[in-house]
Design a protein around this ligand. Structure first.
Ligand code: MIC
Ligand code: SF4
Length: 637
């Protein structure tokens, strides 16, 4: 039977286990990436592992999330990461260079390689024909230290693209359509592999927009084949030697398949407050818009911003709209400056930010109260923009630019011709924002300022436990709910005690107090618990607050792994109806915990009811939990 692109790469890098759906395998990690807001933990964990140098071919530490530096905290984090990177042989990308995923795609991503990154949008590089997986910080630390990664073999779902996109419809609309079909939990346990004649009209950065937002499907990763278009991109980036053709076999049989006819797509919009709440722009009517934000790792490439500049050229941003643009990389910004497009953006009245995540992670540009904010980003969870009662709509760059001029939603297709962008023969690639590591890092002093606090460690699992339910949540709880992130909190990513005061802040404002009163306890969750960001803080902070287990209807992949790595038991209800019987503050007891874990079924007893939960985790995960988390596990193995 023929092979998919995804399985060809997994097979090439397989170190242990067999490529059978659901089996746990170990693969070689060729590359890693970290960003600053998850990176501090990664490098603290590396320090705790006592390693000498990285075991990957290439590792990069980017600074892109928190570049506001409102106090010494961010700058301390940057300095810590910079010195740790030098010590372990890791390339350091200075603040201002751009967003990790855009930069990695431009400068380092390589077809057929495996990349693990401490950010959920790491699959962006799947646009280049690589397996690129977002993971928790500890998994990335182990990836750097040992050059390996463990995962359950996912199914491969094929999205066949037929037809060709019409004017004013682009890659963002393709992934919004996939989200509409599959929803925010439809990708869990799957790799999404794209194929079909429609690929011919999608550039590498278009493909990267699609694989980027595969994170919103909950997928392990998304991937495109590596073909002539990949070769063309790498050649223009001055990296022709990194090209390798990688196509699916003609007789490949996928686990599942959907077909999307690109010719039938219309401009789409993800309405508040979920990326899968997708509708056609014509159904939004002429809703008035207060803010338009263009950028993020989804839509801030050269082509995206050139489309925006072409639409804005000679026009004026609507008086009631604040248009803000954050370029994906310093090279994109430089190219716009050199060819005059930056001047077109400024003349139209756009606010230009530095190349970074910026408003996407709530680092400034919170819109006004009750605002309608239109963004080219990938997430519109409630409150993520910094304004709790704002409504955020996700759209393509061309839709965003047209709306910025008009001041309302409208059917952009009525504008007639859409901009078409010709790629420069050679992309600019100044590497002056990168600091390459010294030959040997053994004399490098790692600098830890006062904001860098030790991370919490769990202890061995007790043989039995009785504890209270200290929180019950609904479905689709995001890691932004568990550990909110914004301009106020991002500076404390290396300071768990400070962060813990805000845990579950979007749901209750007294979680830390509850935990102190009951000496920790259980959290009850609905479906798709922990979707969204890879932030390990959504497990480390609950660990610090003595959360012992999370019992949910189902989990999102990265968060489940982060819980296991922290020694917190993730359990799924055997009967989902049992969720309704549990009340906050009920006391629950588990006897014979070790035997229960081994058998995969954990029995809970409350005063008036009993229920069972499933430990759907590997034997290795069970050992890790018994030892009190990944770090204790590797110390003892
Ligand atoms: C996000 O988009 O939510 C983030 C911020 O990039 C996170 C990482 C983090 O929380 O630091 C992600 O997607 O993993
Ligand atoms: Fe940065 Fe936003 Fe992308 Fe996360 S989703 S990496 S915050 S640009």
């Amino acid at each position: 039977m023929g092979k998919s692109v995804a399985y060809k790469i997994l097979e090439k890098n397989l170190l242990a286990g067999s490529l059978v759906v659901g089996e746990e395998i170990t693969v070689k990690v060729n590359q890693t990436l970290t960003q600053d807001s998850t990176g501090t933990m990664v490098y603290l964990q590396l320090e705790a592992m006592d390693i000498i140098t990285k075991k990957t071919d290439l590792s990069v530490a980017y600074i892109d999330h928190n570049t506001l530096q409102a106090g010494f905290e961010n700058a301390d984090d940057h300095e810590f990461i910079k010195t740790a990177a030098a010590k372990y042989g890791i390339i350091f990308s200075k603040p201002g260079n751009g967003i990790c995923h855009q930069l990695h795609l431009e400068r380092f991503g390589k077809p057929a390689n495996i990349l693990i990154g401490s950010d959920s949008h790491t699959p962006t590089c799947g646009g280049l024909g690589m397996i690129a997986i977002g993971a928790g910080g500890l998994d990335v630390a182990v990836g750097i230290a040992k050059g390996t990664y463990n995962l359950k073999v996912p199914k491969v779902v094929n999205v066949e693209l037929i037809g060709a996109l019409k004017p004013w419809v682009s890659a963002k609309d393709v992934i919004l359509k996939v989200l509409k079909e599959l929803t925010v939990k439809g990708g869990v346990g799957n790799i999404i592999e794209y194929s079909g004649e429609g690929l011919k009209s999608l550039s590498v950065t278009d493909r990267a927009t699609i694989t980027n937002m595969g994170a919103e499907l909950g997928a392990t990763t998304s991937i495109f084949p590596s073909d002539d278009i990949t070769k063309d991109f790498l050649t223009r980036q001055g990296r022709a030697e990194d090209f390798l053709e990688l196509l699916a076999d003609n007789d490949v049989v996928y686990d599942n398949k959907i077909t999307i006819n690109l010719s039938e797509l219309t401009p789409l919009v993800a309405k508040p407050h979920s990326p899968d709440n997708v509708d056609e722009i014509i159904n939004i009517g002429d809703l008035k818009v207060d803010q338009v934000a263009i950028g993020s790792c989804t839509n801030a490439s050269y082509t995206d911003l050139m489309k925006v500049a072409t639409i804005l050229k000679g026009k004026k941003v609507h008086p009631d709209v604040s248009l803000v643009i954050s370029p994906g990389s310093s090279n994109v910004l430089k190219m716009l400056a050199d060819n005059g497009a930056l001047s077109d953006l400024i003349k139209a009245g756009a606010r230009i930010l530095e190349a970074s995540c910026g408003p996407c992670i709530g680092m400034g540009q919170a819109p006004k109260s009750k605002a309608v904010s239109v963004r080219t980003f990938n997430r519109n969870f409630k409150g993520r923009c910094g304004t709790k009662d704002a409504d955020v709509y996700l759209v393509s760059p061309e839709t965003a630019a047209a709306i910025a001029i008009k001041g309302t939603f409208f059917d952009t297709r009525t504008l007639g011709d859409a901009p078409t962008i010709t790629l420069p023969e050679k992309f600019d690639y100044e590497d002056n924002y990168f600091i390459f590591p010294p030959e040997s890092g053994k004399d490098v002093e790692v600098i830890m300022g006062p904001n860098i606090k030790p991370f919490p460690r769990n202890t061995e699992l007790p043989k039995a436990m009785t504890a209270n339910v200290i929180l019950k949540t609904g479905d689709n709880i995001t890691t932004d709910d568990i550990m909110p992130s914004n301009a106020k909190l991002l500076p404390f990513r290396s300071n768990i005690p400070e962060l813990s005061k805000y845990c579950f802040g979007t749901i209750v404002d007294d979680f830390a107090t509850r935990s102190a009163k009951y000496n920790g306890g259980f959290v009850i969750g609905g479906d798709n618990y922990g979707q969204g960001s890879s932030r390990e803080h959504a497990a480390l902070v609950p660990l610090y607050l003595k959360v012992k287990a999370v019992i949910a209807k189902s989990f999102a992949r990265i968060h489940k792994a982060n819980l296991i790595n922290s020694g917190i038991i993730p359990l799924e209800f055997k009967n989902k109806e049992d969720y309704d019987r549990i009340n906050e503050f009920d006391s629950l007891t588990i006897d014979n915990l070790y035997e229960a874990l081994d058998s995969g079924i954990v029995k809970f007893k409350a005063n008036e009811y009993e229920f069972e939960a499933i430990a759907d985790i590997s034997d290795r995960d069970k050992e890790m939990i018994k030892k009190g988390g990944y770090l204790n596990f590797i110390k003892n193995s």
